[in-house]
Design a protein around this ligand. Structure first.
Ligand code: SAH
Ligand code: SF4
Length: 352
């Protein structure tokens, strides 16, 4: 019998499987507590369960447990964890220290990404595969063994809404109050704008929403983010208006400033118009240069002016400091396969 990884199971799923073995409902919570609150990874250590029950569990389940294959630490304190997956692929997770002392963990949802945004190194690779629920959850469990984590952002490699079911299951697990206990307000999911999945996500689970906007006209956004051809700006912004928000919740709009491409005052004006009537905040991210792209970072003065334009019109616009540049851990620089360059990878995918 192939054993099931316990970290792939939500509470209702585990409860149902245990019910099939004739076990009481509360047993699932007991096990969840051992695994996520106490970090126990063998059934033998679950001392409030009978020996025969522990043996039964051992026959049917296992508990995956990750150690980073490598950890790189930046001069600014950012840490990048590299994890090797059972099929030889790899995934990266980034810990970003905040001034408050409360770290944010940036996790990945896919190996590679299918969206092909022109400015993104992950996008250069194409999609290798989705991460399973356990592979998303384990990034958090492994980081927690290193140090506490206050916020989680789904902004690493991959488009989370392109792996919706596994992402929702992972959030359900991370939210369990007997387990890791992350409240929905401490978790933010970032999407390139898969409109139907945005509605579905909002129907199925609570989570902070960030939208990677990056452009203010369809012409420009088609060029930077091919997904815009499928879900153009009008549809995307309509979804942002229609999706219900919690009382003090805002949608975060990420806007990468690329030198000479989308960083003019005209862009700022169009951005202001697009956001009209939306409870929004804007994250301005200066483009991080990398070997997969010819785009350039913006001039400091252009960033300053862009931000000032928005602030003067009462738009909350934060300039996100790009941390972890020296270890390639900054936004859009994760690539997962440290052993291959993007161009080689693309030709390989064509061959397949
Ligand atoms: N796929 C999701 C989440 C991962 S990308 C999304 O696109 O939202 C996380 C963020 O990194 C996005 O806002 C993206 O626009 C940004 N990003 C990608 N490449 C970048 C680069 N080279 N410099 C700065 N930000 C980048
Ligand atoms: Fe994928 Fe996001 Fe990169 Fe676009 S920016 S290629 S959606 S990871």
């Amino acid at each position: 019998m192939t054993r099931i990884d316990l970290k792939n199971l939500t509470l209702p799923e585990l409860t149902a499987l245990l019910a099939g073995l004739g076990k009481e409902k509360f047993r699932a919570r007991q096990i969840i507590k051992w695994v996520y609150a106490r970090g126990i990874t063998s059934f033998a250590e679950m001392t409030d369960l009978s020996k025969t029950f522990r043996e039964e569990l051992d026959q049917r389940f296992f508990i995956s447990d990750w150690q980073p294959e490598a950890i790189e630490t930046s001069v600014d304190g950012t840490r990048k964890y590299l994890f090797r997956l059972t099929d030889g692929e790899s995934v990266e997770t980034v810990r970003i220290p905040m001034e408050s002392g409360k770290d944010t963990l940036c996790i990945s949802t896919q190996v590679g990404c299918a969206m092909q945004c022109r400015f993104c190194l992950t996008g250069c690779f194409g999609l290798t595969r989705n991460l399973q629920t356990a592979e998303i959850v384990n990034q958090v469990c492994a980081a927690l063994k290193d140090a506490p984590v206050h916020n989680i952002v789904l902004m690493g490699m991959g488009e989370p809404l392109h792996n919706l079911d596994n992402v929702i299951k992972a959030l359900e697990i991370l939210y369990l109050d007997d387990g890791c206990g992350f409240g929905a307000r401490r978790v933010t999911l970032s999407t390139s704008g898969l409109v139907p999945q945005m509605y579905e996500l909002a129907r199925r689970i609570k989570v902070g929403l960030a939208v990677s906007l990056n452009a203010t006209s369809d012409e420009q956004r088609d060029e930077l983010m091919p997904i815009n051809k499928k879900y153009p700006l009008a549809e995307l912004m309509k979804a942002c208006r229609e999706i219900p928000l919690e009382p003090r919740q805002r949608i975060t709009f990420e806007y990468i400033l690329i030198g000479g491409v989308n960083d003019s005052l005209q862009d700022a004006r169009r951005l202001l118009k697009l956001l009209h009537g939306i409870r929004a905040k804007v994250n301005l991210i200066p483009f991080n240069e990398h070997q997969g792209s010819n785009y350039k970072r913006p001039q400091a003065a252009a960033v300053e002016e862009f931000q000032r334009y928005l602030l003067d019109r009462d738009i909350v616009a934060i300039r996100r400091a790009s941390k972890g540049q020296d270890i390639s851990a900054a936004c859009g620089q994760l690539k997962g396969r440290l052993d291959q360059d993007p161009l080689k990878r693309q030709t390989q995918e064509k061959v397949r």
